[in-house]
Design a protein around this ligand. Structure first.
Ligand SMILES: NC(=O)c1ccc[n+]([C@@H]2O[C@H](COP(=O)([O-])OP(=O)(O)OC[C@H]3O[C@@H](n4cnc5c(N)ncnc54)[C@H](O)[C@@H]3O)[C@@H](O)[C@H]2O)c1
Ligand SMILES: O=C(O)C(=O)C[C@@H](O)[C@H](O)[C@H](O)COP(=O)(O)O
Ligand SMILES: [Zn+2]
Length: 355
């Protein structure tokens, strides 16, 4: 199936099995050189993508980058810029990113920054990449001071989700992506929660009975939101549900903690905050814990970490000056904002998730 993403730079997200043949059409005409930025642990699908592009007549340069989150570093990005220069890449050339969300965030930012912006096509190979990272045009890297603090909005020209690539995913990485699927359920599409609850074991593996539907539903949620608000002027913030605490946890762990696992903990924290603020029922808080735990995701974090996490949260991108802002729920699929919560509320909510 194809999900269309609207907005100032529209494009399609193609979801299916064995859809790699559609890559040349997404790269398009008039492009001579394709820099194929890929997670170096994935020679199979990257090699297949390169072959498809070469057969279509492009000059392809495969540029392997470190596996996973280690790719989202300034030094790796600078290395890509040097390679683009050696290849003589001009504004009519293109970058194809193949890998998980870390690789597509890096490749997308390389495309946003090279010559102030060249065409990119993304081929996510993880669940998280398909349902979230490759869709929507947020690109970027981490710095020691914080997660995704450097980046750009740069929508891709197309996104190709080949579901067969999910089959080789390590289990923990797969359920990390499931956390973002569950996020889409809480903020916009509760049918997702029903499907996960019906068969949590099945939801936690790519061969599960509802995999395709879960991917499609989550992509539709993301596409609808980013079509209406590419630059996060308002609505798009709802996709950041759970991320205020999550990004602080990832920084505290030197980016060696899976993003989705941090988001799972962060969503329970946001739900507890909303409950303490009198905006969300304890039933819905309990549902956060039960659906996440049933798929193997974590819902608590180190009690002693609070002061450091609180300090990091101050530079969350949703903050306005010294005012912290959280995405919270006023009910299922009813996202709202909590502006400037009192310190004792922030800490009390953390005590409820501290392990
Ligand atoms: N731009 C956005 O809107 C957005 C949205 C959500 C998350 N993100 C970012 O995405 C990143 C997380 O993405 P992720 O969960 O895909 O992690 P990842 O890219 O780090 O990949 C996870 C692991 O899976 C491996 N891998 C990738 N594809 C595989 C496959 N098909 N088979 C076997 N192994 C495979 C990778 O080498 C890595 O070790 C984070 O940096 C997060 O901040 C961005
Ligand atoms: O697309 C968005 O907008 C999101 O917030 C999706 C998140 O899942 C994703 O992790 C995103 O990269 C977070 O963005 P950031 O602006 O908080 O760095
Ligand atoms: Zn996320």
């Amino acid at each position: 199936m194809t999900v269309h993403v609207g907005g100032p730079a529209p494009y399609d997200v193609v979801i299916g099995t064995g859809v790699l043949g559609e890559l040349p059409a997404m790269v398009g005409e008039g492009v001579r050189t394709v820099a194929l930025v890929h997670d170096r642990g994935l020679p199979g699908i990257a090699g297949r993508a390169a072959a498809v592009l070469e057969d279509a007549g492009y000059r392809v340069a495969a540029l392997p980058v470190p596996e996973g989150e280690a790719a989202k570093e300034a030094g790796v990005l600078a290395g890509l810029w040097s390679r683009f220069a050696e290849l003589g890449m001009t504004r009519t050339d293109a970058i194809v990113g193949v890998g998980g969300g870390a690789t597509t965030d890096l490749a997308g930012f390389a495309a946003a920054s090279w010559l102030r912006g060249v065409r990119s096509v993304l081929v996510p190979t993880t669940l998280l990449g398909m349902v979230d990272a490759a869709v929507g045009g947020k690109t970027g890297i981490n710095i020691p001071e914080g997660k995704n603090l450097v980046g750009a909005f740069h929508p891709p020209a197309g996104v190709l989700c080949d579901l067969s690539s999910l089959e080789t995913m390590p289990h923990q990485d797969y359920i990390s992506g499931l956390a973002e699927v569950v996020k889409s359920g809480f903020i916009a599409d509760p049918v997702i929660l029903d499907l996960v609850e019906e068969d949590p074991g099945g939801a936690a593996v790519p061969s599960g009975p509802h995999t395709r539907e879960l991917v499609e539903r989550a992509v539709r949620v993301k596409a609808e939101v980013v079509s209406a608000d590419l630059r996060e002027a308002g609505l798009r913030e709802i996709l950041n549900y759970g991320h205020t605490l999550a990004h602080a946890i990832e920084k505290a762990e030197n980016y060696r903690f899976r993003h989705g696992h941090a988001v799972a903990i962060g969503m329970v924290y946001a739900a507890e905050l909303a409950a303490l603020a009198g905006r969300l029922s304890e039933d819905v808080v309990a549902r956060h814990r039960s659906v996440l735990v049933s798929t193997g995701l974590p819902v608590s974090y180190d009690a002693a970490a609070w002061p450091a996490l609180r300090a990091t949260m101050a530079i969350d991108k949703k903050s306005r000056g010294s005012t912290l802002r959280f995405v919270v729920l006023d009910g299922l699929a009813k996202p709202g904002r909590l502006e400037g919560p009192a310190e004792d509320l922030l800490e009390a909510a953390y005590r409820r998730i501290a392990g």
